[in-house]
Ligand binder design. Structure first.
Ligand code: ZN
Length: 235
């Protein structure tokens, strides 16, 4: 029975270790940026780039408007100055003035369009930024928790590993081999406790004779139903 108790102890540690390993694997997948966060970041970056473009267009329109205004002014002055008297030349100046004015109108329209676009985009961008901020704060909080859990689990895992080494060292090679062999064959559960005459692994009732013989047994007893080693319930 002593052997069964030792084996059961080791299994308890191994099962806990497996849980720790599985959870650590889950955490690996959870740590890092989510797709949602990545796409929110992209949305902000894209809107910012577009906004810069429209702002630049607006700025260009303003500069062009200024230079056109100057050219219009000097053309008007030349027309009014009386220096040019030749009719053809005057007509050409007049035409050039009209062309400049038309061009200025077009530029002004472009400027207004750029301004309107920039305003709409700036508003959208504000929305995108606040959505990103709330995602980020949720993500940061979550990541901190997950990192803390990871640290704790790694620590526990190391403790369990040490515990396992101690238990395995106190077992003897034959018993250890029996445990490892059975564990591989029986989905990680080599030994089962008997509770109210029932095997805790396969949930089948064990004959009374086997149950009664368990406490005083000097060798390992096997469940007649699932073939695992057995240990009394309060071990
Ligand atoms: Zn069984």
């Amino acid at each position: 029975m002593d052997e069964a108790v030792k084996m059961y102890e080791l299994q308890r540690v191994d099962l806990t270790r497996m849980k720790v390993v599985r959870r650590l694997q889950q955490l690996q997948a959870l740590l890092g940026e989510s797709d949602e966060l990545r796409s929110a970041r992209q949305q902000v970056a894209q809107a910012e780039a577009e906004l810069r473009e429209w702002n630049a267009k607006q700025k260009n329109a303003e500069l062009e408007d200024k230079s056109l205004a100057e050219r219009i002014k000097s053309t008007e002055e030349r027309l009014m100055s009386g220096v040019v008297r030749n009719a053809k030349e005057l007509e050409a100046l007049q035409q050039s003035l009209e062309a400049l004015r038309r061009h200025r109108e077009t530029v002004a329209e472009e400027g207004v369009k750029a301004m309107t676009e920039a305003e709409t985009l700036a508003e959208q961008l504000e929305g995108y930024r606040s959505a990103l901020a709330s995602l980020e704060s949720g993500w940061n909080g979550n990541q901190t928790e997950l990192r803390e859990e990871e640290t704790k689990l790694k620590h526990n895992g190391a403790l369990l590993q040490r515990k396992r080494e101690q238990l395995a060292a106190g077992m003897g090679e034959t018993l250890r081999d029996r445990y490892e062999t059975m564990r591989k064959r029986k989905a990680g559960v080599a030994i089962a406790s008997v509770q109210n005459g029932i095997c805790s692994a396969c949930h089948v009732a064990i004959p009374t004779g086997v149950v009664n013989g368990l406490r005083g047994a000097t060798t390992l007893v096997i469940c007649p139903s699932c073939g695992r080693y057995l240990v009394p319930s309060n071990s």
